[in-house]
Ligand binder design. Sequence first.
Ligand code: TXA
Ligand code: MG
Length: 336
Amino acid sequence: MVKDDIKNASIIIQKGRIVLFPTETVYGIGANAFNDEAVKKIFIAKGRAQDNPLILHISDMNMLDSIAVNITELEYKLMDAFWPGPFTIILNKKKDIAKVATCNGDTVGIRMPSNKIAHDLIKESNVPIAAPSANISGRPSGTNIKDIISELDNKVDYVIDGGETDIGLESTVVRVINNEVKILRPGKITKEDIENIISKVTIDNNVMKEVSSGEKVLSPGMKYKHYAPKTVSKLVYSDDNNKMIKAILEMANKEENVIILSYTEDLKYYSKYKCLDIGSRKNLDEVSHKLFSLLRKIDDMDVNLAIIEGLPLKGLGLAIMNRLIRACNHDYRVIK
Ligand code: TXA
Ligand code: MG
């Protein structure tokens, strides 16, 4: 079945049409990266801003040479350590290729996915596949077909259902600048993971802050509203868990018809309210895996306000908080 899907979908890609397919992070909407007309269809399907470039997905290192130039030793080292996997690296682009996918820029984001369906689809199509996350721009990324089919079904030419994605958050995006690694978007590959390869790793300022639309930034994706449920949502965090719970209960008391997104450990404190279980704080892989689905679920609960518990900004917690802060439209309170 999947074998047929790969064959069929690769023919669709070669014909310049677009395919919804799974990766280990989230689903993607893919097209032949070298076919500008095909890639334009992705921007239209998603309603994506014209200045927000797409990641090119490759199946082997030969494809890399058709896209990027002047690759440094450190960049090779990073690719070697984290590919195939949830890791995107921004490299210097070969002249005059993938103009639409890269928004006419000099750089290109490249990732070699580890998901077998994604890998086989790229290999069979025999071209790099440009693919953003599968969602209408601004909405949570799709981690299973059921969540996204109604918003994307009539906008794509073929759908491969690969079940729930493994990781649930999009890839870590990095750029090497002056022999230092800068994390532009945090993900499953953490700062700590990268520090095992090279000690100089920094996190781009925009990862946890609001970026205005006119600002020039290294990662254009950070400018746009993201991951947002339609319900008004607020994020609350304190290093002192009791203080966080107290603040959330006070907020919840003031509002009628609230839902609280709580870690499993804290659910017992919120028994008066509707709750969604985000998963255990001790298992952030589980939290990542279900996060986008939960954000979508908020809108089904018919509430006026969602209050979401935060996490410390370390390890995978940084990637989760980066998504949550945007889901809440930067309504983020840190209680001292
Ligand atoms: O896990 C993922 O990365 C998923 C799957 C489908 O591979 N893709 C994904 O794509 O999340 P998208 O388009 O939703 O996010 C790509 C991010 C955006 O923030 C974009 O601005 C950034 O990567 N990006 C892409 N090319 C870039 C470039 N040349 N320079 C700077 N940032 C770039
Ligand atoms: Mg996206």
